[in-house]
Ligand binder design. Sequence first.
Ligand code: GAR
Length: 216
Amino acid sequence: MTNPPRPRRVVVLVSGAGSTLRAVLEAAREDAYGARVVGVVTDKDGIGALDIARECGVPTAVVRLADFESRALWDEAIARTIATFDPEIVLLAGFMRLLGEPSLERFGGRILNTHPALLPAYPGAHGVRDALAGGAKVTGCTVIVVDAGVDTGPIVAQAAVEVLDDDTEPTLHERIKEVERVLVTATLGRLAREGWTVSGRTVRIGAANPTTEESS
Ligand code: GAR
C-alpha cells in the first residue's frame, strides 16, 4: 500500500482581516486537501489575521516596514522570514505590499496572489474601487502566479461577480470575498495536489510536481 502524498507546506502572507486565510486554514484541516499552513507572515501588528492564525495554532511572524532603515532591508528580512518556514508555496491573501527581488529569487514561480478584480482589469491596491469607478458591470477575483510587476503574473483561476446598481466599495468587496474564498481554497488545493506548469502566460494545473525543476 502506498502512503498518501505529504501535504505541501504553505506560508500565507496577510495585511488585514484574514477571512481568506481562515478559509484556507479550515480547508487544510482535511489531510486530503493537500496543503497545510506552516506559517503566517504579516507586515502589521494587531490585525485580525494574526488572531486567526494564533487561534489555529499556526506560528506567526510580523515584519514591519517601519522597523527597517530601507525598503531593501525590509525586502531581505521578509524573504528570510518566509524562508524560515521552508515553504513549497507562498500565498499572498490580502497582502498589501509588493514582494521584492529577494523573495522572487527564492520563491519565484511558487508565489500565488489573490486579487479582487478580473485581471488584467483593475490591478493595484484598489481593485474594487477602480472597477466601480470604471463602470464595470462584471468584476470578480483572480489568482495569479506572482511576477515582478503589479498584478501582472500569469493567471491561474478567475471567478466573476456581478456589479449591482447600488453597490458601494464595501458591499461589492464583501460579495467578491465570498466568491474569492471558494476560488482561493479550491485553487490552492488543486495546485498543491496536482502541481502546475507555466508556459509563457499560460498556467496548466496537473501533471507536474510543485518541487520539480521545470514546474512550480
Ligand atoms: C481580498 O479581497 C484580496 O483579494 C485583497 O484583500 C482582500 C483580503 O481580505 N487583496 C488585494 O487587494 C491585493 N491587491 P481578507 O483579509 O479578509 O482575506
